[in-house]
Design a protein around this ligand. Structure first.
Ligand code: DOR
Ligand code: ZN
Length: 349
């Protein structure tokens, strides 16, 4: 049987596009399936003001292959020294849709992140006033905190105080990895949402460490134990409107991952919708994929839902071992393995 799944064109609410030749390599993968993406600002140097975000946006648009209709939604990287007036400039620009909180040192290119939340309270007050969403990398960073406890500690030490002090601020708890975060968002107020990546739905921490060390499964926040993965599948496939798709696709050159000190980040843009389709299919919840992938994020951000469609066909195909990544190569999630769903080209429908 020729089984076809038709969905409203989805959006990726958490994406690393990089820049320059590397961006040129990965952008088409995202743009062929998604209408929009929230583009993370952790470049080197980071995107810290409206002018830089506008220039980055222009570079993305210039790199788009002809015929692909894709809108980048830009974000600001919060630092200790950002001026609250920049938030007003950002919202007035019409191209900035959120600001990202990286606790200093939490992850790739987070050296310039926020050292103490109190330092950005005037900026958060401006965001609350302007109704600009705050996107959080939700990990506590103190050296003594166990890597596997960092998300839970962030909830207690930072997220709950943030919600208390800025009750009107819309917050997206990015790439949640634990049952604790899933419970918090499920039971939380209308101002709190979460993105969930394909890797945290498909794998637990054994993928990194069982039978040898597998650096291509290393990302931050790190994969957790099976109990947490099950909790994430439950909320993602539940139809709850405040959980939505955010791949956190984060390409690094193969050599930077297979290294003495390998970089954090998993590349999934090559097959993002197909990866989520496998999860929802296995959970018997394919009918809920469209809400998660195409509606909930737009509704939370207050943006119109897309109107065009994509189609997936149930068809086995093999993921390449690697893709070009600027002058180097990137190893994608499920490299060399087979997938059960395939995105159809626009003219195949
Ligand atoms: O694994 C990750 N990679 N987590 C992040 O938060 C950043 C990302 C990256 O930019 O490589
Ligand atoms: Zn990310």
């Amino acid at each position: 049987m020729n089984e076809i799944l038709t969905l409203t064109r989805p959006d990726d609410w958490h994406l690393h596009l990089r820049d320059g030749a590397e961006m040129n390599s990965v952008l088409p993968h995202t743009a062929r399936q998604f209408a929009r993406a929230i583009v993370m600002p952790n470049l080197k140097p980071p995107v810290v003001d409206t002018a830089q975000a506008q220039a980055y946006r222009e570079r993305i648009l210039a790199a788009l292959p002809p015929g692909l209709d894709f809108t980048p939604l830009m974000t600001l990287y919060l630092t200790d020294s950002l001026a609250p007036a920049e938030i007003e400039r950002a919202t007035a620009s019409g191209v900035l849709f959120a600001a990202k909180l990286y606790p200093a040192g939490a992850t790739t290119n987070a050296e310039n992140g926020v050292t103490r939340l109190e330092k950005i309270y005037p900026v958060l007050a401006a965001m609350e006033r302007e109704d600009m969403p705050l996107l959080v990398h939700g990990e506590a960073t103190a050296a003594e905190i166990d890597v596997f406890d960092r998300e839970r500690r962030f909830i207690d030490d930072s997220l709950l105080p943030l919600q208390r002090d800025f009750p009107g601020l819309r917050i997206v708890f990015e790439h949640i990895t634990t049952a604790d975060a899933a419970d918090l968002v499920r039971e939380g107020p209308a101002t709190l949402a979460a993105t969930i990546t394909p890797q945290h739905l498909l794998y637990n921490r054994n993928a990194i460490l069982a039978g040898g060390i597998h650096p291509h499964f290393y990302c931050l926040p790190v994969l957790k134990r099976e109990r947490h993965r099950q909790a994430l599948i439950a909320v993602a496939t539940s139809g709850h409107p405040r959980f939505f798709l955010g791949t956190d696709s984060a390409p690094h050159a193969i050599g930077a991952k297979e290294s003495d000190c390998g970089c954090a980040g998993i590349y999934s843009a090559h097959a993002a919708v197909e990866l989520y389709a496998e999860v929802f299919d296995q959970a018997g919840a394919l009918d809920r994929l469209e809400g998660f992938a195409s509606f909930h994020g737009a509704d939370f951000y207050g943006l119109p839902r897309n109107t065009s469609l994509i189609q997936l066909r149930r068809e086995t195909w093999r993921v390449p071992e690697s893709y070009a990544f600027g002058a180097t190569r990137v190893k994608p999630l499920k490299a060399g393995e087979s997938m059960a769903w395939r995105l159809m080209a626009a003219d195949e429908a």
